[in-house]
Design a protein around this ligand. Structure first.
Ligand code: SAM
Length: 240
């Protein structure tokens, strides 16, 4: 069943209205009409079955027929701190990591980032839309948030159960060994370097702040591959 995003989904009311792109998509693109049924999500985990009662190109009104917990969202939280990659890669990273279950993505500037953030986070609106569309497509009711760009030195990594720094020069600790350890892993941060990698001093600094450097194996992954690979392995191992 098709899913649509409602900014305001008043869980007490049995009526919901969609406007703008979502209304146009329903009425004009999909040519759906009163009586047709859809799923509505509010982006924060609430998912409802709903039947269209009125529809036009600018507004669609629906009555809610059922509320359910969305099983597609993970029960653990993984925040991806992604060092800004070269042009055009961030959207693919966002799309694939949302499908893989990421909860939040924070773009990060490190010393070897080629791309420097523009003044205002102009891309943020586009990136958030990519996250919303990917969440709808893969059946999630929770839409991952894209944070404002931060500098690697200044990120606050103190609130996580584990901060996993993907470091290809790490010779001892594998991601697998951390995931199979006894430590609590409900709220994880993952840090991925840019195309040029981390400076050793940056890794040292993250370890001083409680991070754990982990190897993802014997091959060097592209920056756009590494986050996806880590998420896939984390979700597999923690059965999410
Ligand atoms: N030093 C790399 C090289 O020699 O090409 C450049 C960095 S790599 C392209 C981009 C990022 O992906 C790294 O900073 C790291 O975060 C992650 N990464 C890639 N391969 C990895 C591996 N085998 N183990 C851990 N992290 C890896």
């Amino acid at each position: 069943m098709r899913r649509f995003f409602a900014e305001k989904l008043d869980t007490a009311s049995d009526v919901v209205s969609l406007h703008g792109d979502e209304a146009r998509h329903i009425y004009t693109v999909l040519r759906m009409r009163p009586g047709d049924e859809v799923l509505i999500i509010n982006g924060e985990g609430c998912e409802c079955s709903a039947r269209i009662t009125e529809a036009s190109d600018s507004s669609v009104t629906l009555e809610i027929t059922d509320r359910q917990i969305c099983s597609a969202d993970p029960t653990i939280s993984v925040t991806l701190y992604q060092c800004l990659p070269k042009q055009g890669k961030m959207e693919v990273i966002i799309q694939k990591c949302v499908e893989l279950g990421v909860s939040r993505i924070v773009p990060v500037v490190s010393r070897r980032c080629v791309v420097k953030p523009e003044g205002k986070d102009t891309k943020l609106i586009r990136w958030q839309k990519v996250a919303q569309e990917a969440a709808k497509q893969c059946g999630r009711a929770r839409i991952p948030q894209i944070g404002n760009t931060e500098s690697l030195e200044k990120t606050d990594l103190s609130s996580y159960d584990a901060v996993l720094v993907a470091y290809e020069n790490e010779g001892e600790t594998s991601l697998k060994s951390v995931l199979r350890s006894e430590r609590k892993l409900d709220n994880i941060a993952v840090v991925i370097g840019p195309e040029g990698g981390f400076e050793p001093a940056e890794v040292e600094r993250m370890l001083e702040r409680g991070g754990v450097a982990v190897s993802l194996g014997r091959r060097i992954l592209r920056t756009e591959t590494a986050g996806m690979a880590m998420l896939a392995q984390i979700m597999y191992e923690l059965e999410n």
